[in-house]
Ligand binder design. Structure first.
Ligand code: LLP
Length: 418
């Protein structure tokens, strides 16, 4: 159940009114619910004792969030050396870290090998060769899975669909087998599992089920060749409710996939990101101006595409709500836009809202790919982040300052002649 609810017309984050957080910490402000992360972790783990949940760091990567996940016992799915270091700093168990991504560098591989991660999810032949060389040089053995591309249509937005032949991710099922056979003769490599990730924001279990079946066919053929694996990693992708979507329950998803894995004696790994962080976070902004356009009304907020790029980048529809329902204030239809100099800078279009200048608004479902995709475009400092736990609040990231923005820049005294 959502931890962001109205009580007498006031939006609360757990037991704290959202508006009071906006007043105390300023806006734009990301607000997360610790009990939401906890509850979702329980939903995932209730359906299987052996499945390993590796929270996908990219979806919401602040150390305050990662440390909460680590304390629950979660593993992590990482895609860079930066994410590895974040997870370790947050107290992650390296033996519960899986490392995905098509472009791992030698330096990143070294870092992960020395940390002793659970598994490299390898996405190409040259990557596997580089991993072998790097492990050999360090006198270590690299645990790996091949990320296979099962060519299953995830039926989601093209930018977040990854399991088709035309996508850059994974290795075609047919080639994966040859690669495992080659690796079996390599003392620097240890095949521990098999991996896939077909896309994000999936609202149906069928594509997951189809993908698992295709991957398990490879597992069977490998077994015939004497290659046995320990785990099946099905990636992330479980969808969430942004407006009126009805996603499958995490427990049904885990039951289905761990059941399939068990038929081959494999344990299940999943890499959920969005399904944890989206419902666990909101983004608060303040209305600066109400502007009568030629053919529409604009609510101009202090919160923009640099803070939350999903609406601009994926035409994502996310709910926008008033932090306080003010009596006597009339609902109007607004395009909710930010101050960034781009027509694509909007949080939502044609939204019914009862707001005035100074009103606080909340974008819900904003915890996933919100702060983690934010930028400093238009020299806007990035937002602050607060974690709420019951009636307690913790500032997990301070708002950036102008000095933060220019920290690594050189102020040069040019000596041109006029
Ligand atoms: N594992 C791998 C290998 C991935 O590529 C991803 C997401 C995940 C796990 C986590 O997937 P999730 O459970 O969050 O769906 N920025 C986009 C989403 C990009 C997803 C990238 N990969 C958005 O805002 O919709």
């Amino acid at each position: 159940m959502s931890k962001f609810n109205y009580r007498n017309g006031v939006l609360y984050a757990e037991d704290i009114p959202a508006k009071s957080l906006a007043e105390k910490y300023g806006t734009p402000l990301y607000v997360y619910s610790a009990n939401s992360f906890r509850e979702i972790y329980r939903n995932y783990t209730s359906a299987s004792k052996t499945a390993l949940v590796c929270y996908s760091v990219k979806s919401c990567s602040s150390i305050g969030v990662l440390s909460l996940m680590a304390s629950l016992g979660s593993g992590f799915d990482i895609v860079s050396g930066g994410e590895l270091q974040r997870a370790l700093r947050a107290g992650a168990d390296p033996h519960k870290i899986v490392y995905s991504g098509v472009g791992k560098t030698v330096a990143e591989m070294e870092l992960a090998l020395k940390a002793g991660i659970l598994c490299f999810n390898v996405e190409s032949e040259p990557e596997l060769e580089t991993l072998s060389r790097t492990a050999g040089r360090l006198g270590l053995r690299a645990p790996f899975s091949i990320r296979v591309n099962p060519n299953v249509d995830a039926k989601t937005h093209p930018y977040i669909s990854t399991g088709l032949k035309k996508n850059k991710f994974g290795i075609p099922v047919e080639r994966a087998e040859a690669l495992y056979e080659k690796a079996a003769k390599d003392p620097n490599l240890e095949a521990v599992g098999i991996d896939c990730h077909i896309g994000s924001q999936l609202l149906d279990l069928k594509p997951f089920s189809d993908a698992a079946d295709k991957v398990l066919e490879v597992v069977d053929r490998l077994k015939d060749k004497g290659i046995t694996l320990r785990h099946l990693d099905m990636g992330g992708g479980l969808g969430v409710n942004y407006i009126d979507e009805v996603p499958p329950a995490a427990s049904d998803y885990i039951s289905l996939l761990s059941g399939k894995a068990a038929t081959r004696g494999l344990s299940l790994i999943v890499e959920p990101g969005r399904s944890f962080s989206a419902p666990s976070g909101i983004l608060l902004g303040k209305v600066l101006y109400l502007k009568h356009g030629a053919d529409r009304e604009f609510a101009i907020t202090d919160t923009a595409m640099n803070d939350l790029i999903r609406p601009s980048l994926y035409q994502a529809e996310m709910k926008i709500e008033e932090a306080e329902l003010e009596k006597g204030l009339e609902k109007k239809t607004y395009d909710v836009v930010g101050p960034v100099c781009e027509t694509g800078d909007f949080l939502g279009r044609g939204r019914e809202l009862a707001v005035r200048e100074g009103s606080v608004i909340a974008v819900t479902g904003a915890g996933a790919y919100g702060f983690s995709m934010s930028s400093n475009y238009n020299s806007r400092p990035r937002a602050a982040e607060v974690m709420v736990d019951g009636d307690r609040e913790i500032l997990i990231r301070k708002r950036e300052t102008f000095e933060d923005l220019i920290r690594n820049e050189a102020v040069v005294s040019w000596t041109e002649k006029a």
